[in-house]
Design a protein around this ligand. Structure first.
Ligand code: FCB
Length: 435
């Protein structure tokens, strides 16, 4: 199997999020939304999801442990923990504590996200990320979570993919509240950075040694036509709004245009103990004067890696290496917090998985301090506006019977995890004669 290829203590895991796997979430901004005709592409709803709230989480994580995974990234559902303003639900906290205790028993480290797409209904009614008091509400929630769950969590993520939420929910009408306003999107994005900073401060006051970070979506943007000045310009603009301006804000503490909000949100500068990167692929960006809500850039990649209309980009392991090397400038440990592909037949996933793990290895070789890789996802789940059609799981789930079936990639990933990446490192692959 060869010598371990990754640093000692590397985290090998998978990611999920509460609304996508728990089932029975009836008190957040997706509960009504997903039941409205036309909102979810295949007409499904999260419904029972993967029944994680009712006990299946423990079974699925036992499977993950048996597949040599030593970490899992999950999220907690704000609407369960604080169903009404200022009222904490002890039973919901107890449910998460039981799950976290079981993870510890299984030898699975926990990375816990506080906000992964959904907001409690009552927060949404106040305006969601545009609500006047959203920053203090989020910080109060973060503080309560670390007080009650802190002893069982290894790493905390404040917010998952702020730019995706701002884009899908506020700029376009893909996710609730579907505002369709660029201005609202930029304000929501600024508010999420402010809220991250406030939560970071509040959490560190309770547990100064806690490891707290944020997760950004970090696709690679490339001009569609080499030599086109407009493609190059628009590509740089998309990268700046989606990634560059956020990195800059987190490093310097200053919100630069077009991010909207206070110029220097309190506590933002260096409010990171680590940075999480979600990476699915690369966008080929082509200037399109009619696409103003996409900053005049159309993504024109070949549709070979896409199912339906979802836009996760072109497969490019190289792009992951380059993004991780770029993120090293943040001078904090890095984690790949999501990376995966929807592929029900598991035809593309094996090579995708091996190539992306090798790409992480290459980034480490080039000096990036990457401490873990979390594949999206452990099991098929409710894929937001796309419903159940895209299948991202290492484990196949039938949402009706709840039957689990391991895809070949689950075993392949077990070999990668069990060998600390040796089976996927560039060196091993080269010696086996793989491309
Ligand atoms: C990411 C989301 C995650 C899942 C994957 C496919 O952007 O964070 O919840 O939807 O895409």
């Amino acid at each position: 199997m060869g010598k371990p290829a990754f640093p000692a203590g590397f985290l090998w895991g998978t990611s999920t999020s509460a609304h996508q796997v728990e089932g029975g979430n009836e008190n957040n901004d997706w509960s009504e939304w997903e039941k409205q005709p036309g909102r979810i592409r295949d007409g499904t709803t999260s419904a029972e999801a993967c029944r994680w709230w009712n006990g299946s989480a423990e079974e699925d994580l036992a499977t993950a442990a048996s597949l040599c995974q030593n970490a899992h990234r999950l999220s907690v559902e704000w609407s369960r923990l604080e169903p009404e303003p200022g009222r904490w639900d002890d039973a919901a906290f107890a449910r998460y504590l039981r799950l976290l205790a079981e993870m510890r028993r299984l030898g699975i480290r926990a990375m816990v996200t506080l906000h992964h797409v959904t907001l409690p209904r009552w927060v949404a009614a106040r305006g969601g990320w545009l609500a006047r008091d959203i920053v203090s509400l989020f910080a109060r929630y973060a503080e309560e979570c670390i007080r009650r769950l802190g002893g069982s969590v290894d790493h905390w993520v404040t917010i998952n993919e702020p730019a995706s939420v701002a884009g899908a929910a506020y700029v376009s009408r893909y996710w609730p509240p579907a505002l369709g306003s660029v201005r609202a999107g930029l304000r929501a994005l600024g508010a999420m950075l402010e809220a991250h900073a406030a939560a970071y401060g509040a959490m560190k006051r309770v547990h100064p040694a806690a490891s707290v970070g944020i997760v950004l979506s970090t696709p690679r943007f490339e001009p569609a036509r080499t030599g086109s000045r407009m493609d190059t310009l628009i590509c740089a603009a998309q990268d700046w709004v989606f990634i560059g301006s956020l990195l800059r804000a987190l490093r310097t503490g200053t919100l630069l245009p077009p991010l909207a909000g206070p110029a220097r949100p309190p506590g933002l500068r260096r409010s990171l103990d680590f940075l999480g990167a979600n990476y699915y692929g690369q966008y080929a960006v082509r200037f399109d004067p009619l696409l103003h809500e996409r900053l005049f850039g159309r993504h024109v990649q070949e549709p070979t890696v896409r199912a339906g209309e979802c836009d996760w980009g072109q497969i490019s392991p190289e792009g992951l290496t380059r993004q991780l090397v770029r993120l090293s400038a943040m001078e904090v440990p890095l984690y790949v917090t999501e990376n995966g592909i929807h592929d029900a037949a598991d035809a593309i996933r094996p090579a995708f998985l091996t190539d992306h793990v090798a790409a992480v290895h290459e980034a480490i070789r080039r000096g990036a301090d990457v401490r873990g890789y979390f594949h999206w996802s452990l099991l098929d789940n409710f894929e937001w506006a796309e419903g159940w059609q895209p299948r991202f799981g290492l484990i196949e789930v039938d949402p009706v019977t709840q039957k689990r079936t391991l895809r070949p990639s689950a075993h392949l990933y077990a070999r990668i995890c069990g060998s600390n990446g040796a089976t996927a490192s560039g060196r091993e692959r080269a010696s086996q004669g793989s491309p």
